[in-house]
Design a protein around this ligand. Structure first.
Ligand code: PGA
Length: 254
């Protein structure tokens, strides 16, 4: 059975209690498009509040610590995210890699912690503009896949259950309004898929690969219908139902 397209809204460091009204409106849109798996990742303090307000969408975190608990001031564990009702967590977003010096090994540890806590996990990868211009985009992303994704039997089991996803987000396309060419997206998704097949075998078929970077209602249809693109990770255009709704609609067959 074909998997439902997945549309994930990453609110980043945006949001407020007042914005729960948008989450409710997004939830109502999602309820109309049951053939699309929709979710939102708000900032930590809004996760439990948002969870109580929605029923048709999944709710996730934007990061977690690799340890289950302990002396890590300001951090949040995957176990706590699961405890307050999160379904998944995004790890290795390029803004975390940039702002917090996160490495592939650190991202891998977080992804493993998320799976241990019973969460789904979206691992982000993507090249910078310098790397693309230097012809290194595919090699960079392949190295991130190798270094950031969990492995071993537990990871294969999680993948087979559909709890593992990858988001390809070219860094230069995030928040810039500059979208990657569909042909480049298709080529990169194929390269990622080949790595996933080699690593996860049959279970790789259940790993969704999302595209992210300046996705809007205007370009979503072209990106989402591209071969190998299983959905989108959306930043700016996920903050209101007015902007996010058309992306959900574009992902729907109906
Ligand atoms: P953007 O962000 O849609 O605002 O470009 C995407 C992301 O970083 O997940």
């Amino acid at each position: 059975m074909a998997q439902r397209p997945t549309i994930v809204g990453n609110w980043k460091m945006n949001g407020s209690r007042a914005m729960l009204v948008e989450a409710r409106a997004i939830d109502r849109v999602a309820a109309r498009y049951k053939d699309v798996a929709v979710s939102l990742a708000p900032p930590f303090p809004l996760i439990a509040l948002l969870r109580d307000e929605v029923s048709a969408i999944g709710v996730g975190g934007q990061d977690c610590h690799a340890a289950a608990k302990g002396p890590h001031t300001g951090d949040v564990s995957a176990a706590l995210l699961a405890d307050i009702g999160a379904d998944f967590v995004i790890v290795g977003h390029s803004e975390r890699r940039r702002d917090h010096g996160e490495t592939d090994a650190g991202v891998l540890a977080k992804a493993q912690a998320a799976l241990t806590a019973g969460l789904g996990v979206i691992v982000c990868v993507g090249e910078t503009l310098d790397q693309r211009d230097a012809g290194q985009a595919t090699a960079v992303v392949e190295a991130q896949i190798e270094g950031s994704l969990p492995q071993g039997e537990a990871a294969c089991e999680a993948a087979a259950l559909g709890r593992l996803a990858v988001a390809y987000e070219p860094v230069w396309a995030i928040g810039t309004g500059r979208v990657a060419e569909v042909g480049d997206v298709v080529a990169m998704h194929a390269a990622i898929r080949a790595r996933l097949d080699a690593r996860f075998g049959d279970a790789a078929a259940r790993i969704t690969v999302l595209y992210g970077g300046s996705v809007t209602g205007d370009n979503a249809a072209a990106l989402l219908s591209a071969p190998g693109v299983g959905g989108a990770l959306v930043g700016g255009a996920s903050l209101t139902a007015e902007a996010f709704g058309p992306i959900i609609a574009a992902a729907s067959a109906g």
